[in-house]
Ligand binder design. Structure first.
Ligand code: PMV
Length: 340
């Protein structure tokens, strides 16, 4: 096959109704749905090039995928996840050629800022196109899900809802956009509370929560109601309604994880302080609501006009290192590819 390549970008996303638990670990099928906002400022750009120059087909000993992340060879764990994903593409495309993957993140990797969401969304698009496949957005979402559950949502822009699906093959466990939310001037102010990687990855933490937490069944049962209420709040442009649902949902997700054995504790003292700051802002009449992912950072949802007040209050919070302000962004897209 002649070398062919594609560069794609995707924004990360932050869930307002969280995905926490799988109904099928191998296919990465979620136990319940989720709802998120795709972001403009934090994302991934990935170039995939399939070609014979990389040393022949897999299984013949010579070939090895080359994976670069932020200017360096990726560590073995990251490389393993990318190679497993490329293997899915090779099966779909019906060839066995090695690939070179070059990825740059504009989001701190694995610090609870969802680099895997934008990473696998950009990889799904770039690798499928470079392999000559022309997948629909829904097919791309199902494919991205195999890399990381949250990546299925980053195929689309703005507010996005992920269906858990019911089919055993996962073809209906895909995301779709919620266009009712388009143009709503919301912001997410991220309060960074520590540098470095999170204490336990989301897959292992979900598995432990599902296996050992007595609160897990209650968590899974609570999600459909949050999804319904959040979608209704978006359609009605009810900001306080959406914020309240996001906050209760995030705390319930963490409560289920905290009740695992051994407990999963993502929060540090600055996380608690930042949550209190958000509640104090509300007491002062500023509509801000927090959400927290599998890490210690706090993300405050607010309206664009209140961004400065929210940034300032979080920056003054003890233990908060800095803030990053993010806004709704577009779905995954191609920047450049091999001319036809
Ligand atoms: O996509 P994963 O496997 O990294 O899991 C994401 C889990 C959370 O970020 C905590 C929640 C979510 O819905 O994004």
């Amino acid at each position: 096959m002649k070398a062919s390549w594609c560069t794609a970008v995707a924004g990360t996303n932050i869930a307002l109704v969280k995905y926490w638990g799988k109904r099928d670990a191998r296919l990465n099928l979620p136990a319940a749905g989720s709802l998120s906002l795709t972001l403009k400022e934090l994302g991934t750009r990935t170039t995939v090039r399939f070609g014979a120059h990389l040393g022949g087909p897999a299984g013949e000993g010579g070939g090895r995928d080359r994976v670069r992340l932020n200017g360096q060879d990726a560590d073995e764990k990251t490389r393993g996840r990318v190679v497993a994903f490329l293997d899915l593409i090779r099966v779909l495309a019906g060839f066995d050629t090695r690939a070179e993957v070059v990825t740059e993140n504009t989001v701190p990797t694995a610090a609870g800022l969802a680099s895997s969401a934008s990473g696998f969304a950009a990889l799904a698009l770039a690798a499928s196109r470079a392999a000559g496949l022309n997948l629909t957005p829904s097919e791309l979402s199902a494919l991205a899900r195999r890399g990381s559950g949250s990546a299925a949502r980053s195929i689309f822009g703005g507010f996005v809802v992920m269906s858990p699906g019911v089919l055993p093959d996962g073809s209906d466990a895909v995301a779709s956009p919620l266009p009712e939310g388009d143009g709503w001037p919301v912001r997410l102010v991220v309060a960074v509370t520590t540098e470095g990687a999170k204490s336990i990855g989301s897959t292992a933490a979900m598995e432990r929560t599902a296996r050992t937490s007595p609160f897990y069944p209650a968590w899974v049962e609570s999600v459909p109601r949050d999804l319904q209420d959040a979608a209704a709040a978006i359609a009605a442009r009810d900001f306080d309604g959406l914020g309240r649902i996001a906050e209760r949902n995030a705390v319930r997700m963490h409560a289920s994880a905290m009740a695992a054995d051994p407990p999963i504790l993502y929060w540090n003292t600055a996380t608690w302080a930042a949550m209190q700051t958000v509640r104090d802002l509300r007491a002062r009449g500023i509509a801000a609501y927090f959400t927290i992912d599998a890490g210690p950072h706090v993300k405050a949802l607010c309206l664009a006009d209140d961004t400065e007040a929210v940034e300032k209050a979080l920056q003054e919070t003890p233990g908060v290192l800095r803030t990053l302000t993010t806004s709704p962004g577009r779905g995954a897209r191609i920047l450049q590819e091999t001319p036809a």
